[in-house]
Structure formats: C-alpha cells, structure tokens
Design a protein around this ligand. Structure first.
Ligand SMILES: NC(=O)c1ccc[n+]([C@@H]2O[C@H](COP(=O)([O-])OP(=O)(O)OC[C@H]3O[C@@H](n4cnc5c(N)ncnc54)[C@H](OP(=O)(O)O)[C@@H]3O)[C@@H](O)[C@H]2O)c1
Length: 254
C-alpha cells in the first residue's frame, strides 16, 4: 500500500496562491488532491496557481476572502460544500502582521495580527470539521514560525500570534482526535518569499540564516510542502497536536 496515496482527496489551502501556500497546493495537486486555494487580494497570482493545479490533473477552486472575517469564511465554505461536497485536508497557512517594535504597536495592529494568524484557525476548523468524514480521517495543518518560541526584532505581534496558534493546535487536537481528525503545525525556518520584503532587516536575516543553518541552505517552500504531505498521511497516524520544525536544524543551535 502506498502510505502517501492521497488521490481524490479534497483540500483547502489558505493563502494558497503565493509563496509557501502555493508550494503546498502544488505538492498536494501533484498527488491527485483537488485543491481550493484562498487568497486575499492578488487575483493574478491566484489564477496562475489555479492553472498549475489543473495542469497537474487536479481540480482547483479559487476562493477570495479574508480568513479573519467569519462572514467571509461562511461564503468560502458554502462554495467548498457545493463544489467539493466534503473536505479532507485543511492547511491554515495565510498570515499577515505588523512588523514593529512592541512599544509602537497599536491596539489595531495587535488585533489585525492576532485575528489573521491565530483567530482564523479557530473559525476555519469550526467550518471544516463537519465536512471531514470520521471513517476516513481528516487533517489540519497550521503553518507557524520560530518566532512563536524565540524573540526576533520587530516580531512581537507576529511571534505572539504564532505562539497562540501553536497552543490552539494542541487544544484542537485534543478535541478532534476522537473524531479521527489530526491537528498539527509546521514551524518553518526562513523561507525566501514575498513576505520577507516587509522585514526591515531582510538582507541580514537571509544572510544569517544561510550561514547558520546546519543543513547549509535556506528552507524552501517545497520543504514545508513535503512535511504537510507527511502530516496528512497514515505515516504520521499517531502524531496529534505537535509542531514539527522544518528549518534545516537552525533552531537547535544555542
Ligand atoms: N517566509 C518565511 O520566512 C516564513 C517562515 C516561517 C513561517 N512562515 C509562514 O508561512 C506562511 C506563508 O508565508 P509566506 O512567506 O508564503 O507568505 P506570502 O508569500 O506573503 O503569501 C501570503 C499568502 O497569504 C494570503 N493572505 C494574506 N493575508 C490573508 C488573509 N487575511 N486572508 C486570506 N489570505 C491571506 C496572500 O494572499 P494575496 O496574494 O492575495 O495577498 C498570499 O496567498 C505564513 O503563515 C507565514 O507566517 C513564513
């Protein structure tokens, strides 16, 4: 039996149009998974990723909406239910956030970041779980970052939101494991995507990460995508509520 056989399953990847989410969507599609990709603004990128999913031989569904808004999630899931009729895999990958020193953060910055990066997982799982079938299992993977457990300049709001995300993953895993649903997180090392353009220290982050990573290179979007496949397969059947670090060993260093 091919333990990684996912053919015919249905997935939603939030923020699946660009960067890490795109790599996850394409990896799943290459394995025969039909993929709904959600995005916020950039329709051109979303359409291009949808086309690549179809080229891989899978069905795609384009879902524009803000994952932090419950009425948007209602609309997204109405489409998933009518077009797919079920959901097997949810990848909560979309993220945003305000990169400022903690003393400069306003209440609005804080809520914006927490709502998109942590709060969205709760709303997404509340909508997704009823569409997952107990006999076949369901899989939820949230994408986190090392800032959840470390301190990074200008990362106070995002780091705190990722810590909340990882905690929520544990609590959701506790509640959903009896229903055959696996909930886990992947914490990625530095990945060179558009998101990095917003970091004031972008160049030094990249250089430091390249130099320090024991595996000798940056984490690629595809590294994260392969870990998603592992966490959505019977190979990780007894893994519930964990955060798998995919960073080439960067975070093991003192
Ligand atoms: N890059 C890194 O170094 C790194 C490291 C560790 C963890 N991560 C995590 O990996 C995930 C993906 O990051 P990335 O670097 O691939 O980001 P990215 O290239 O900036 O892509 C972000 C994606 O999320 C979508 N998005 C943003 N806000 C959204 C919202 N409110 N509702 C729905 N969709 C939204 C964007 O859609 P539009 O195109 O429409 O804007 C886009 O598809 C995030 O959770 C991030 O924290 C990244």
């Amino acid at each position: 039996m091919d333990e990684m056989n996912m053919k015919g399953r249905f997935a939603l990847v939030t923020g699946g149009s660009r960067g890490i989410g795109r790599a996850i969507a394409l990896e799943l599609a290459s394995r025969g998974v039909n993929v709904a990709i959600n995005y916020l603004r950039n329709k051109t990128a979303a359409m291009e990723t949808a086309r690549a999913i179809e080229e891989a031989g899978s069905r795609s569904l384009l879902l524009k909406g803000n994952v932090a808004q419950r009425d948007h999630l209602d609309r997204l899931f109405e489409r998933i239910e009518s077009e797919f009729g079920r959901l097997d895999i949810l990848v909560s990958n979309a993220a945003s956030g305000v990169l400022k020193s903690a003393l400069e953060l306003t209440e609005r910055h804080w809520h914006w970041t927490m709502d998109i990066n942590a709060g969205a997982l709760l709303g997404l799982v509340q909508k997704a779980a009823p569409l997952m079938k107990k006999e076949e299992g369901g899989w939820v993977v949230a994408v986190s970052s090392l800032g959840a457990v470390r301190a990074i300049p200008h990362y106070a709001a995002v780091g705190a939101s990722k810590a909340a995300l990882e905690s929520l993953v544990r609590h959701l895993a506790l509640e959903l494991a009896p229903q055959g649903i696996h909930v886990n997180a992947i914490s990625a090392g530095v990945v060179e995507t558009d998101a990095l353009k917003f970091f004031p220290e972008r160049d030094s982050i990249l250089e430091n990460s390249r130099k320090r990573t024991p595996a000798g290179r940056l984490t690629a979007p595809e590294d994260v995508a392969k870990a998603v496949v592992f966490l959505c397969s019977p190979m990780s059947d007894m893994v519930h509520g964990q955060t798998l670090v995919v960073d080439g060993g960067y975070s093991i260093l003192a």
